[in-house]
Write a protein that binds this ligand. Sequence first.
Ligand code: OFO
Length: 174
Amino acid sequence: MLKENLTNALSKQFNFELYSAYIYLEMSAYCDRNGLKGFANWLNVQAQEELAHAMHMYEYILERGAYPVFEDVKKSPYDFENITEVFEKTLAHEQIVTGRINDIASLALKENDHAAYIFIQWYVNEQVEEEANAEQILQQVKQIGTNTALLYALDKELAARVFVNPFPAKTAAN
Ligand code: OFO
């Protein structure tokens, strides 16, 4: 069974993943309302991924015989007035998530809970990708600047992103 401190840490992260989804949905809505449907799609898929992460953590807590702690989901603290700011905030948010995941990994090791440590390793790796993706799009929008043709070309590219559940077997089994 999960110890109380790990249950609390994973529950807080379960909540934070829901919060992340909420943040990305707000960004997606902003892009949609500003004629950037491809960016809106990319951020919508990002939100779906965060929801999948939340469910994965929720199910893991139950699987380990503990009870998830439920809290309010906060609204986004981020303001943005252009697409560059959206991706600056996206990258900053993912860096916060990385710090939180690393703290959970450290706690799992400290508690000698190797199962929880292995579980959270998936997220350690995922965060490398999450930061790289946000960083790449941020660099692209910075380089594009006010070139509308290039911005719409990138928008078209981002419209192709599709949500792929990273935990399909788990979902099918449940
Ligand atoms: Fe849950 O991966 Fe982004 O934050």
